[in-house]
Design a protein around this ligand. Structure first.
Ligand SMILES: [Zn+2]
Ligand SMILES: [Zn+2]
Ligand SMILES: [Zn+2]
Length: 252
C-alpha cells in the first residue's frame, strides 16, 4: 500500500511484496494471461513473459484491466493481433477506457492490436484451451472465474452462486480471493474462502488478491496443509490438455 508503514508493508519477506493479481497459464508453447493489471509491464519484465496467445478478463475493475496498453511489445514480437476474451459488459468498459485502441483512427504511435471475443455462460476455446466461465458475485456487480481442466481461478468475489459451485467440483487446484479477515462488501475473506474450500474439497487451494492486512507467513501457518497463500512468482504444475475441437467464442 502506497505510503503505508504497517508490518506487512515493511516486511522483509518477499512474499509480502505484492503486485496486482494475475495469472499466466503456460501450456506447451502457449501462454494465456488472466487480466492485464496496472502492473503487467513489471510482471512481464520480472518473470520473463515473452509471448501472449490469449488474454482472459475476469471483470473490468481498474486493477484488472489498466495494463492493457502493455500488450504492444507482444504485438511487435508476434506480428499478430492478440485475442481477448471477456463478457459484453467487461468489453464495454475496456472499450470506453481505452478509446484510442478501438476508435480505428489513424495514429502516429502504436496501439495494442486485439481481437475481441465475448463469452457468456458457455465454455469457449482460447489458444486451444477449453475454458469454462464461472459467474460469481462481486459485491453488487458480477465477475467471472475460469475453470480449465481440473483447475479453477476465482479472483474477486463476495459469494459464489449455487449453479457456479456445481461447476467447481473435482478440482485439483483452486485459486480464490481471500482479501483479509474483516468482512468486505465485494471480496471474500480468509474465513469465507476456507468455508468454500471445505465445501468444494479441491486437492489444493491457493488464496490470492491478498491485502496488506495479511502477513504471508503468519496467515499460512494457521491454514490447513492443502491451503496456501499465493505469492508473486509462484509457479505450480497443472494438468490440462489443449483441445482443437472446441469452438471459438463469437468475435465482435
Ligand atoms: Zn500496509
Ligand atoms: Zn474487482
Ligand atoms: Zn481486484
Amino acid at each position: 500500500m502506497v505510503g503505508c508503514h504497517c508490518k506487512v508493508c515493511l516486511s522483509a519477506d518477499p512474499r509480502d511484496k505484492r503486485l496486482r493479481p494475475s495469472v499466466l497459464l503456460k501450456i506447451g508453447t502457449k501462454r494465456i494471461l488472466i487480466d492485464t493489471t496496472p502492473d503487467l509491464r513489471s510482471q512481464a519484465l520480472r518473470y520473463g513473459i515473452e509471448r501472449l496467445d490469449a488474454i482472459l478478463y475476469t471483470h473490468s475493475h481498474a486493477d484488472h484491466i489498466l495494463g492493457l496498453d502493455d500488450v504492444r511489445p507482444f504485438n511487435f514480437a508476434q506480428r499478430e493481433d492478440i485475442p481477448i476474451y471477456s463478457t459484453a459488459e467487461t468489453f464495454e468498459t475496456i472499450r470506453n477506457t481505452f478509446t484510442y485502441v478501438f476508435d480505428g483512427r489513424p495514429s502516429e504511435s502504436s496501439r495494442p492490436k486485439l481481437q475481441s471475443h465475448l463469452f457468456d455462460t458457455q465454455p469457449f476455446c482460447a489458444a486451444g484451451l477449453t475454458i469454462h466461465p464461472i459467474r460469481v458475485a462481486h459485491g453488487k456487480g458480477t465477475a467471472h472465474g475460469f475453470r480449465f481442466g481440473n483447475c479453477a481461478y476465482l479472483t474477486d468475489h463476495s459469494s459464489i452462486p449455487a449453479e457456479s459451485l456445481e461447476k467447481l467440483t473435482g478440482l485439483d487446484v483452486l485459486f480464490l480471493d481471500a482479501l483479509r479477515h474483516n468482512p468486505h462488501p465485494t471480496h471474500s475473506t480468509v474465513e469465507e474462502s476456507l468455508r468454500t474450500v471445505e465445501k468444494l474439497l479441491p486437492k489444493r487451494a491457493f488464496f490470492t488478491h491478498i491485502s496488506h492486512d495479511l502477513m504471508h507467513a503468519a496467515v499460512e501457518a494457521r491454514l490447513p496443509a492443502h491451503v496456501q497463500m499465493a505469492y508473486d512468482g509462484l509457479e505450480i504444475p497443472i494438468e490440462v490438455s489443449l483441445d482443437v475441437r472446441a469452438g471459438a467464442a463469437a468475435q465482435v
